[in-house]
Design a protein around this ligand. Structure first.
Ligand SMILES: C[S@@+](CC[C@H](N)C(=O)[O-])C[C@H]1O[C@@H](n2cnc3c(N)ncnc32)[C@H](O)[C@@H]1O
Ligand code: SF4
Length: 451
């Protein structure tokens, strides 16, 4: 039996990674040279059965939402779009030269993220999407193309352009519908705008609509969350993400506008999620992982039921790919043996690509211990239980004993399970497997809070 929930929420509201990778980015130690990184990529896509996902980071936004934790470039100058697309395609050309078999490898997933991909005028998106498919012409049978859009800048022409290039999934940044919450975070976005864009997307043939919501924002209350849930249910997206507001004011200075007392924490924050969760479950949505919901027909819900849910840098996904190639400023790539991130400063990224270089900022070569722990963490985050071996908790015995005493985990001889009421603590449980957190490597705050 889990202990007193409100005491536990306060106790475990500590800084831990979100585990979209293990080790988490602040613990990456290496800057792989180009040869090492290209060899890792080549290795990952060598087996004919391997699958390749491509992520393109499009960083531009017209205005800054003050909660935002993404890598963005705030500008109203849309003329920056086409030159940026040229650099992204040039970056892909560098990879095609360095890894010959990339040209023939089938792409199973393409995701445009940001920033705001639909900041790009339709002509620039057209140039990007045709440039990508000329350079990577093969698509696997299960190919899926998806995009993140900001409803405030997205037109029917954008949707048609992307649909004509095979994109079928669209994710709308919603965050909240409450005008006071949206005012506090500098994101005016009337519900009617989102509702109209859903209709246009469905009419244009998009098969799946996702909403991004955030809980834990200033001015959110259980009453505003109940209203938000009802409004979302009315629009019936196929899936939605309800992200815990990741507060990292030491990295994102705009978040310093919120005082501690403006922002719900621990029990009050979790209560917001629970209001949303209760109404979504009652309306037929299924809870996936720690922060997603999907209707039963949706492939994410099917993957969760079949035990094939996966988690990578893009968050929860319904498919496992062997290699994720990230293009664009700050983009992250992943292979079984190496992580890689591009330069985060756009001018430096552009200059290095123009010089014919892979614009590496940092990376990490995974040891066999890293791979073992990464696999444990991924399984736990996607299934809520994981097989364990002797040695998995060396150095974390005390933390494990506390989690057991608090009723958050059950451990049998070779299996660790998060108890049904303990989903809020999934990140804390995953941190049991994190050997880097136990090293005194970093100073100052690094991660957002777990709850
Ligand atoms: C790239 S944005 C989505 C597309 C578009 N830029 C928009 O906002 O409509 C990705 C998502 O990350 C989430 N997000 C951004 N900053 C966050 C933070 N600090 N904490 C939690 N979620 C955050 C938001 O839900 C946002 O929709
Ligand atoms: S939430 Fe989206 S639109 Fe707002 S600043 Fe971040 S990336 Fe840009």
């Amino acid at each position: 039996m889990i202990g007193d929930l409100s005491a536990l929420l306060a106790k475990y509201d500590v800084a831990v990674p979100r585990y979209t990778s293990y080790p988490a980015v602040p613990h990456w130690r290496d800057v792989p040279d180009a040869q090492t990184w290209l060899a890792a990529l080549d290795d990952a896509i060598t087996p004919p059965s391997s699958s390749l996902a491509v992520y393109v980071h499009l960083p531009f936004c017209e205005t800054l939402c003050t909660f935002c934790g993404c890598n963005t470039v705030i500008t109203r100058n849309h003329d920056r779009s086409e030159p940026y697309v040229d650099v992204v395609l040039a970056e892909l050309d560098i990879y095609r030269q360095g890894v010959g078999r990339l040209r023939e490898r089938a792409v199973s997933q393409l995701h445009l993220g940001g920033g705001t991909p639909t900041f790009l005028p339709p002509a620039a998106l057209q140039k990007l999407l045709s440039g990508l498919s000329e350079r990577l012409p093969n698509r696997s049978a299960e190919y899926e193309g998806s995009v993140e859009v900001d409803p405030r800048v997205t037109t029917a022409e954008h949707l048609e352009t992307m649909r004509s290039h095979g994109l079928t999934r669209i994710s709308l940044g919603v965050q909240d519908f409450d005008s006071e919450v949206l005012r506090m975070v500098n994101r005016p976005q009337p519900l009617e705008l989102t509702s109209r864009l859903c209709e246009t997307a469905r009419a244009a043939g998009y098969e799946s609509i996702n909403f991004d919501l955030i809980y834990g924002l200033p001015a959110q209350t259980p009453a505003t969350m109940a209203r938000l849930a009802d409004q979302v249910i009315e629009l019936r997206p196929d899936r939605l993400a309800a992200y815990s507001f990741a507060r990292v004011p030491w990295i994102k200075s705009a978040q310093r506008k919120f005082k501690d007392e403006d922002v719900p924490a621990a029990e009050a924050k979790r209560a917001l999620y629970e209001v949303l969760r209760g109404r979504l479950l009652a309306a037929g949505y299924e809870e996936i992982g720690m922060d997603h919901f999907a209707l039963p027909h949706d492939s994410l819900a099917r993957a969760a039921r079949q035990g094939t849910l996966h988690r990578n840098f893009m968050g929860y996904t319904d498919r496992r790919t062997t290699a994720l190639l990230g293009l664009g400023v700050s983009a992250i790539s992943e292979t079984p043996s190496c992580y890689h991130q591009n330069e985060k400063v756009i001018t430096v990224y552009e200059r290095r690509v123009a010089a014919g270089e892979i614009p590496t900022l940092r990376g990490h070569l995974l040891s066999s211990d890293d791979r073992h722990r990464a696999d444990r963490i991924r399984t736990l985050m996607t299934r809520g239980s994981v097989a364990v071996a002797p040695g998995d908790f060396t150095g974390a015995e005390h933390a494990l004993a506390e989690l057991i005493a608090d009723g958050i985990v059950d451990v049998s001889i070779n299996e660790l399970t998060v108890t049904p009421e303990s989903k809020p603590f999934l990140r804390n449980v995953a941190s049991l497997f994190d050997a880097y957190l136990r090293q005194p490597a970093h100073d100052g705050p690094t991660y957002s809070k777990a709850i």
